[in-house]
Design a binder for this molecule. Structure first.
Ligand code: NAD
Length: 433
């Protein structure tokens, strides 16, 4: 989103984007419905979004020309509370991608027992090609178009790929100006100065690392500080960069990281603080002098203890899953492993910690931000981090125990537990009329 990014190298192409994450999301739901013994009526309700909105966003560009972009907001379910989910700015965004991401948000919120349903939004745009003023106009117009369906009690957006806390501040301001008073609870992931929670920016990464270390210990791969553990992280944005830095702080040797332009590798461990400086100066991890260049997708095939895909969907697929050599895959991104790859990894004995558990730290602290905003009473960063940690570890233990008990994968255990909570809300509320 910065001017620097305009001068960054050309993105490496990924063929993985052809796979539909919606198909995988539907298959996961179908399997959970079958395991839980629910009927086809409940399946039909849960397989469709409750509400979707597609909007045209006319943009006056800086050169005075007019361009019309397309935006989406999909609310998959709100049987347990307001819909909740990120807003993505990416050239590949389409309605099916947003539908899949909205469904996964429903399961994630239910699994972590935060009182929300699931939603997702997106605009088909490459934010690196637009000025800050243009992005502000796009964000404000999109917000005003979806105004009738969002709000602190309806649907609460948050940052995702290509958006950040500034985007959330523009959304909050647009909504508030329309309401005639300040409504901090309409978005989370806002800057602290306008009601954002301490600890929100790092929450997803913090949760990913907590879960990764719990998984490593659970699988007997070693203990941080006692054994040498290695990790590779795909994606060096809000989730990936934070996860790499926290892993390194915890004593894990981060041997490789990548972004959409390429990857860097150093067997003895990358200097993550130096890499963060390089990133902020150049807009990419490429060209970092403290490591060797690596082909982006080769990172996924490194012999490491922990692999953290923290970029986009479907990067581990039937084309490369048999070459994954990590002991544990911890899904920082949403939907990075396709259903076919899941099966291949399971056959190889590679454990996958699913997205709806691994990257739930963001929505947990979003919930804390919403609670603080609604009460106008703010917690310290220590309080936020401790409450986050308690919830993440409890969810991990519950999922790990259920997977062992029922002899299923962590993804199946997590999805079943989440679907059951949402189904119970539906069955208790009944069908209207
Ligand atoms: P971001 O825009 O901050 O960063 C995305 C990163 O991925 C960038 O470094 C980009 O260069 C890189 N990337 C894109 N395509 C790539 C490719 N093919 N190979 C390697 N790197 C590639 O986005 P983010 O907020 O960090 O989100 C990343 C993932 O985490 C997404 O799947 C998102 O839905 C998920 N997620 C984010 C949050 C959050 O709080 N931000 C919470 C839960 C899940």
């Amino acid at each position: 989103m910065t001017q620097d990014m305009l001068t960054a190298p050309t993105p490496s192409r990924s063929s993985s984007r052809r796979h539909s994450p919606l198909q995988d999301a539907q298959m996961q739901l179908e399997s959970a419905i079958h395991t839980l013994g629910y009927n086809s009526g409940l399946h039909a309700i849960l397989s469709r979004p409750r509400r979707e909105m597609t909007v045209s966003i006319p943009l006056r560009r800086d050169d005075e020309s007019i361009e019309v972009l397309t935006g989406y907001r999909v609310q998959h379910n709100f049987s347990r509370g307001p819909a909740k989910g990120g807003l993505r700015y990416s050239p590949g965004v389409d309605i099916d991608e947003v539908r899949a991401l909205a469904m996964w948000m429903t399961w994630k919120c239910a699994l972590l027992d935060v009182p929300y349903g699931g939603a997702k939004g997106g605009i088909t745009i490459d934010p690196r090609l637009y000025s800050r003023g243009e992005l502000e106009r796009v964000t404000r117009r999109y917000t005003s178009e979806i105004l009738p369906i969002i709000g602190p009690e309806r649907d609460i957006p948050a940052p995702d790929i290509g958006t950040d806390e500034q985007t959330m501040a523009w959304m909050m301001d647009t909504f508030s100006v329309s309401a005639g008073f300040t409504v901090p609870g309409v978005v989370t992931g806002k800057p602290h100065s306008v009601g954002g929670s301490l600890g929100r920016a790092s929450a997803t990464s913090r949760g990913v690392v907590q879960i990764a270390l719990a998984a490593v210990e659970h699988l007997g791969l070693g203990r941080v500080g006692v054994s040498r553990l290695t990790a590779a992280v795909q994606g060096f944005g809000k989730v990936g960069a934070g996860a790499a830095a926290m892993l390194a702080d915890a004593g894990v040797t981060v041997v490789a990281v990548s972004d959409q332009y390429g990857a860097v590798h150093r067997a003895s461990g990358l200097d993550i603080p130096a890499l963060l400086t390089h990133m902020s100066e150049t807009g990419s991890v490429v060209g970092f002098s403290g490591g060797d260049e690596l082909e982006g997708t080769a990172l996924l095939e490194l012999d490491v203890d922990v692999l953290i895909p923290a970029a986009v969907e479907c990067v581990i697929n039937s084309g490369n899953a048999d070459r994954v050599r990590a002991r544990v895959v911890v899904e920082g991104a949403n939907g990075p492993t396709t259903a076919a790859a899941d099966r291949i990894l399971a056959d190889k004995g590679v454990v996958v910690v699913p997205d709806i558990l691994a990257n739930a730290g963001g929505v947990v602290v979003s919930y804390f931000e919403w609670v603080q905003g609604n009460q106008a009473y703010w917690w310290t960063e220590k309080e936020v981090n401790e409450r986050l940690s308690t919830r993440m570890i409890a969810a991990w233990e519950q999922v790990a125990q259920s997977a062992a008990e029922h002899k299923v994968s962590l993804r199946e255990a997590a999805t079943c537990s989440a679907v059951k909570r949402v189904a119970q809300a539906h069955l208790t509320r009944g069908l209207y009329p």
